[in-house]
Design a protein around this ligand. Structure first.
Ligand code: 3PG
Length: 212
């Protein structure tokens, strides 16, 4: 199942990282992402609306849902109960990773150094979030880390925008790129889901150019 989730992320190539102030925005946000061609969302536990938003989006059945900014095993439980298929943390927490394994969800903890990648391997993982990507050396750092850690995959997130996509996605070890630029918090808050749809469609066009 972990491999299936990773494969699904790899097909998407992009992961919108969302901060929702109001769970009522989850429906229109999901509509905008689907209309933009990217039925994926990482909903962060940075707001109290996270669990309800994940539940609302997961219940639709047409999105790949992850929980982001998961810092505690209790939040893993909330995320799984709400329907999240994978769990992302900014850093590496053994307690969070172990709870993910118990609950059968893919864990994507943050790791940006060789020591952190080794710790993730020791916990049985083969994929990590590379966060914060921009200030941790970007695509070149991922390529350098991938040399000794053959088979380890990375999801760079943090400080990434459209201009960086080719660099990251051109790096072999990169599964998908995460970011909030497609889903600006202020646009969601003001109900401007047309802008979310447009930014999403533009990002998708960059990574999956229409073959026709
Ligand atoms: C995250 O939680 O992964 C980041 O906040 C997303 O990073 P960005 O806002 O710089 O895209």
């Amino acid at each position: 199942p972990d491999d299936d989730r990773l494969a699904a992320l790899e097909r998407a190539r992009l992961v919108p990282v969302v901060v929702l102030d109001d769970a009522a925005d989850a429906g229109p946000l999901a509509d905008a992402l689907v209309a933009g061609g990217l039925p994926v969302a990482e909903v962060t536990f940075r707001t109290p609306a996270a669990a309800d938003a994940i539940r609302a989006m997961a219940d639709r059945g047409d999105l790949l849902l992850g929980a982001g900014t998961v810092l505690t095993p209790a939040q893993v439980d909330q995320a799984v109960a709400a329907g999240a298929g994978y769990v992302v943390s900014p850093g590496l927490s053994r307690a969070v990773v172990e709870r993910c394994a118990e609950r059968g969800v893919l864990a994507l903890p943050g790791a940006v150094t060789a020591t952190e990648v080794q710790a993730a391997l020791e916990l049985g993982l083969t994929a990590v979030k590379f966060f914060p990507a921009g200030t941790s050396g970007g695509a070149r750092a991922i390529a350098a880390l991938a040399a000794p850690f053959a088979g380890v995959r990375f999801v760079p997130t943090g400080g990434i925008g459209p201009a960086d996509l080719a660099d990251y996605l051109g790096t072999d070890a990169v599964v998908a790129v995460g970011g909030s630029w497609m889903v600006p918090r202020d646009r969601i808050r003001s109900g401007d889901f047309e802008t979310v749809r447009r930014l999403t469609a533009e990002a998708v066009a960059m990574v999956r150019p229409d073959p026709g």
